[in-house]
Write a new protein. Structure first.
Length: 276
């Protein structure tokens, strides 16, 4: 399973189009305006005074105490910080085929499983048939894996791989680095029971070819990957999964890195085992 709409077919993987992230013009801000020069001393004074006023107001608000009598009705329905805060608990202790395994049979365990499975399914290993078969057999239920293997082999066809600049084994040309990574930003439990769960993973994806002759440079994409999980053989396994675009933040004004920088970063920076 690869990243991006252009690479989806048979359940979200294997298209042939290409997506590019439009970067801001150099010298301007993200909204297209030119950067301003130095401000006058009077402008600086106004800014400082404004910051002080805001700071005083913030301190006064924080010191109001625990009186909630004036809180508007319905606050009890707002998400609590504990809903998204990191728990600090270790996600897993073991691995199966190099993939994190042995997740806890609770909501946190389901979220950790979904995040780690998203990373695995977004990796370059999915572009090699033998590795892909091993991944699918490891993280999907036996029934789901049996149905997916053939469809995925068709999606990751030699023709599709060649359009990405890869050979039939998913290898990049000499001197180039193929990049495919999923970077989870957060997870959310949609449904949960001790035997099944539905978990959504919001992630940023990186995909493309880094090399001097590449016509498909590494670009980013933002998506939400939702997994239907089932508790099988003392672990969470995938029964089905879907993807949708976004939510995508406004692109920043960072300078786009050259192919050499990207290749070096991919080699030097490894991935993580993800927890809730």
């Amino acid at each position: 399973m690869s990243l991006g709409d252009e690479r989806e077919s048979s359940g979200g993987y294997g298209g042939t189009g290409q997506t590019r992230t439009r970067l801001p013009e150099s010298g301007g801000d993200v909204y297209g305006g030119a950067r301003r020069g130095g401000r006058s001393s009077s402008r600086s004074l106004v800014t400082v005074v404004g910051v002080v006023v805001l700071l005083i107001a913030a301190i006064a608000f924080a010191n109001r105490g625990g009186d909630d009598s004036d809180s508007p009705a319905g606050d009890e329905n707002q998400p609590k910080s504990s809903t998204t805060a990191a728990s600090g608990a270790r996600p897993v202790d073991g691995k199966a085929g190099g993939i994190p395994a042995g997740f806890a049979q609770d909501e946190q365990g389901a979220q950790s499983a979904a995040a780690n499975y998203a990373v695995t399914l977004g990796s370059t290993g999915m572009f090699n048939q033998a590795t892909r078969h091993s991944i699918v057999d490891t993280i999907y239920t036996p029934t789901a894996a049996a149905k997916l293997q053939s469809a995925m082999d068709q999606a990751y066809s030699p023709d599709f791989l060649s359009k990405l600049g890869l050979d039939e084994n998913g290898a990049a040309p000499e001197g180039s680095t193929f990049v495919s990574r999923t970077v989870p930003v957060g997870t959310k439990v949609e449904q949960y029971s001790t035997s099944s769960a539905k978990v959504s993973v919001w992630y940023m994806g990186l995909i493309g070819m880094s090399g001097q002759s590449s016509t498909d440079p590494v670009s980013s994409t933002w998506k939400t990957w939702t997994f239907d999980l089932q508790w099988v053989n003392n672990d969470w396994k995938i029964t089905a999964d879907t993807q949708k675009d976004g939510p995508a933040p406004v692109p920043g004004d960072d300078r786009a890195a050259g192919s050499d920088e990207i290749s070096k970063a991919i080699e030097e920076y490894g991935g993580f085992t993800y927890a809730r």
